[in-house]
Design a protein around this ligand. Structure first.
Ligand SMILES: [Mg+2]
Length: 439
């Protein structure tokens, strides 16, 4: 198959036309004639960015090659593709522009999923006054996601200058007269690690303990607290330094610990977003389905492939979503069997509204995928040459698993379905599995 694949690749390059299920015609007339309606992809691809397409600011050479396979001569993708990153400090359009430049193919913002993208679905908070914490254009990002009343940490600090007292140099020189012109805060949204953690931690805890009314004192029985929605749980991340750096997950650990120490209660999240959360994959799949629909592809997207370099986020998340899809499929079939047995539906009837498992499914419509395969590449965090400890499970639990407090370690979830050298090899493998390139 590999030899055939290489041959067809070389042949394809000469003809400047892809063949097989990829839909377009040969200039020389020797390639198989195919049409859009006949050859439609039944699968979609989820790409991690850091460690798969880039290292720091340097593109990984295999990425450009891989993406040349994924677009036709008109620059259109031949399969639905979504970029799923835990980054959250830029707008989707900015990330799409960076990727277009990097990969040499046009990427639209609808193909980019940041850790905060699922917040679009939380419509019940869009009209409420929300506090946002993070770096970059947080107010613009929040407004872009649909929030209309957005307050930043700096706005809170300005309105309540007596609250931020850790840095002696930032304390007000004169006792200011109280300024209370902020509306009551109704939810807290954490986009990513902020600058000046002490200020953010202090003001967020103040908001939770005053129920969003900062002109009042802390109250003891403020539980359950205001809704907290957090994006990106990565404890650490790899930059240019030799050792990993603090990520937003570390900030969350601080906040959870402080809240628990002060109140004796566990801080609760209304939602946790970003890989490996299931919600992220629900949303990514929704974007894949939307792309397929826009292209007029009617073949249901039944297989997803998630390509990443991190066992704890990309592989764990993809495998967890795969478990969800499997359970959902078996639940659906057992429900259908029960209903048929009870005579309430015919054996050919489609699942009804009541089969929707949760609010995300009702918001995003039912998933069409039945599997999500994890593909690990060796160009980023994962190092295939690292010596394997004798007791892998214990070692991962003690030293490697940096998952969030609300995610449990399961060794089966960090086992990739496939390991390949780089993203180009990943695309080749997937095309072969799906018989996409060769009929
Ligand atoms: Mg990565």
């Amino acid at each position: 198959m590999k030899i055939l694949s290489s041959f067809f690749h070389a042949f394809n390059a000469v003809c400047n036309r892809q063949i097989g299920r990829g839909t377009w015609l040969s200039q020389c007339g020797m390639c198989r004639v195919s049409s859009d309606s006949k050859f439609q992809p039944g699968f979609g691809l989820l790409f991690d960015i850091d460690g798969v397409l880039v290292r720091g600011r340097t593109p990984i050479p295999a990425a450009k090659k891989a993406f040349q396979r994924l677009v036709n001569p008109q620059g259109q993708f031949v399969v639905p593709v979504v970029f799923v990153t835990n980054a959250g400090n830029v707008l989707r359009q900015t990330k799409a522009n960076q990727l277009s430049h990097l990969l040499g193919v046009p990427i639209s913002q609808d193909q980019v999923m940041m850790s905060h993208s699922p917040l679009r679905m939380f419509k019940k908070y869009h009209e409420k006054c929300v506090l946002v914490s993070g770096q970059g254009p947080v107010l613009d990002i929040a407004k872009n996601l649909g929030f209309v009343k957005v307050v930043s940490i700096d706005m809170v600090r300005e309105a309540f200058p007596l609250l931020d007292m850790v840095d002696h140099n930032r304390r007000p020189k004169l006792l200011p007269s109280p300024i209370v012109n902020l509306p009551k805060i109704e939810a807290v949204i954490l986009f990513g690690e902020p600058i000046r953690w002490e200020t953010n931690l202090q003001l967020i805890i103040d908001i939770l303990l005053t129920n969003g009314n900062l002109s009042s004192a802390h109250q003891n029985q403020m539980f359950p607290h205001l809704p907290v929605l957090a994006c990106n749980m990565d404890l650490m991340w790899m930059a240019e330094a030799q050792s990993p750096r603090f990520g937003h997950g570390t900030f969350l650990v601080c906040m959870e610990s402080i809240y628990k120490k002060i109140t004796g209660e566990k801080l609760k999240y209304e939602a946790l977003m970003g890989k490996p959360s299931e919600l992220t994959y629900h949303y990514a799949e929704y974007l894949i389905r939307e792309q397929a629909a826009q292209r007029g592809w009617r073949t249901p997207i039944t297989s997803l492939y998630a390509i990443g370099d991190n066992l704890m986020t990309d592989i764990y998340g993809a495998n967890m979503y795969n478990c969800y899809l499997k359970q959902r499929t078996s639940r659906k079939s057992s429900k259908a069997v029960a209903k048929v047995a009870a005579g309430t539906i015919s054996s050919t009837a489609l699942p009804q509204e009541e089969d929707m498992d949760n609010v995300w499914e009702s918001e995003l419509a039912l998933p069409s995928a039945t599997s999500c395969k994890s593909v690990l590449v060796c160009t980023g965090v994962y190092n295939p040459h690292t010596e394997v400890p004798r007791d892998t499970n214990q070692a991962i639990k003690e030293t490697v698993f940096h998952g969030h407090r609300d995610f449990h370690f399961d060794p089966a979830l960090v086992e990739p379905d496939h390991i390949v050298q780089d993203v180009d090899a990943a695309v080749e493998l997937i095309f072969e599995r799906e018989k996409f390139l060769i009929q």
